[in-house]
Design a protein around this ligand. Structure first.
Ligand code: ADP
Ligand code: MG
Length: 333
């Protein structure tokens, strides 16, 4: 039946990862948002996981590009090419109706770029859903009800904080401080303290293995062996870092995330605040998996904090579930 009738699909076009959801099936693709290109010919060498494995390891003529930056399209053509590849990989031929998420607070121009890129990628029509809604739906929050919910989505490029009630965003904030900035802080710390240059993949591995939002709780975590290039000798070198030092190095970003949450709470009407105290704050996105993050956010806000089940999948699930409304959206066009 490929190419027959149109399938409805949802795409979580993230700075770090792109997920595709097919109506009736669920998530069918989950790959890094990376494209490897031959810089001389412009030819695409690899897309997704295969391209991600090339980051920092490409010869001079190949470049591994992350076309999304800070939640928005940084490289239009490459984003469209990447989406085209993912759509083809998941549904074969045929032009689907596509629901794509965009961060809250993007400009009309940025939103337009996502819609246009999705059309160029092969969509019959593209619709957008704001990411906090998608994250909240995916996390199972009762967003259509007259009760306040707070969701904090921590991705690669942005942390998006929103309180939602009756299907609308009540207060929100988006800051360009999330997973990538934590990786950068890890790499900067290792460069400064060990004269060791490490790649972005290695920095991310350090964060995932021993990164902790709490400096005190980091003491329980093991040290980690890290390899890179010595800045002075230029030779390969191995060092050992402690989780406590890494926790200190990333503290500034963790504090910025907490700041965005407390500021959003300060702008939240009292009834909704009361609901948030009752139900707690839900963390989604890959950054929600940072060790001890839920505890430090809870300490700072005095509100219970939960990590959603499968936090990396919430936005894709919510985008997919919102496909139910696509018939309504089609009529608006
Ligand atoms: P985006 O929506 O921007 O594509 P994701 O929600 O997919 O982002 O999350 C990706 C981010 O989550 C990356 O910065 C990644 O390093 C981070 N991440 C993934 N797993 C973990 C983990 N276990 N601990 C800390 N950070 C993690
Ligand atoms: Mg995301």
């Amino acid at each position: 039946m490929f190419g027959f009738g149109a399938k409805n699909i949802g795409i979580d076009l993230g700075t770090a990862n792109t997920l595709v959801y097919i109506e009736g099936k669920g998530i069918v693709l989950n790959e890094p948002s990376v494209v490897a290109k031959n810089v001389k010919t412009g030819e695409i060498v690899a897309v997704g996981a295969e391209a991600r494995d090339m980051i920092g390891r490409t010869p001079a003529n190949i470049s591994a590009i992350r076309p999304m930056k800070d939640g928005v399209i940084a490289d239009y053509d490459t984003t469209a090419t990447m989406m085209k590849y993912f759509i083809k990989k998941t549904i074969g031929t045929g032009k689907p109706y596509v629901m794509v998420c965009v961060p809250s607070g993007v400009t009309e121009v940025e939103k337009r770029a996502v819609i246009d890129a999705t059309r160029v990628a092969g969509a019959r029509e593209a619709y957008v859903i704001e990411e906090p809604f998608a994250a909240a739906i995916g996390a199972g929050l009762p967003i259509m009800e007259p009760t306040g919910s707070m969701v904090v989505d921590i991705g690669g490029g942005t942390t998006d904080v929103a309180t939602i009630s009756l299907g609308g965003i009540v207060s929100s904030r988006s800051i360009r401080m999330a997973g990538d900035k934590i990786d950068e802080a890890v790499a900067a710390y290792i460069r400064q303290h060990f004269n060791l240059l490490i790649g972005e993949r290695t920095a991310e591995e350090v964060k995932i293995q021993i990164g902790s939002a709490s400096v005190t709780d980091a003491a329980e975590l093991d040290n980690m062996t890290v390899r890179g290039r010595d800045l002075i000798s230029g030779l390969p070198k191995t060092i050992e870092v402690s989780a406590t030092d890494i926790a200190k190095a990333i503290q500034e970003i963790v504090d910025a995330i907490i700041g965005a949450i407390t500021e959003t709470l300060e702008e939240t009407p009292p009834e909704i605040s009361a609901d948030v105290i009752d139900h707690g704050i839900v963390l989604t996105g890959g950054g929600a998996l940072l060790k001890h993050l839920a505890e430090v956010v809870s300490e700072a806000t005095k509100v219970p904090v939960f990590v959603a089940q499968d936090p990396l999948d919430c936005v894709a699930i919510g985008t997919g579930e919102s496909l139910k409304n696509i018939e309504v959206m089609k009529q608006k066009h």
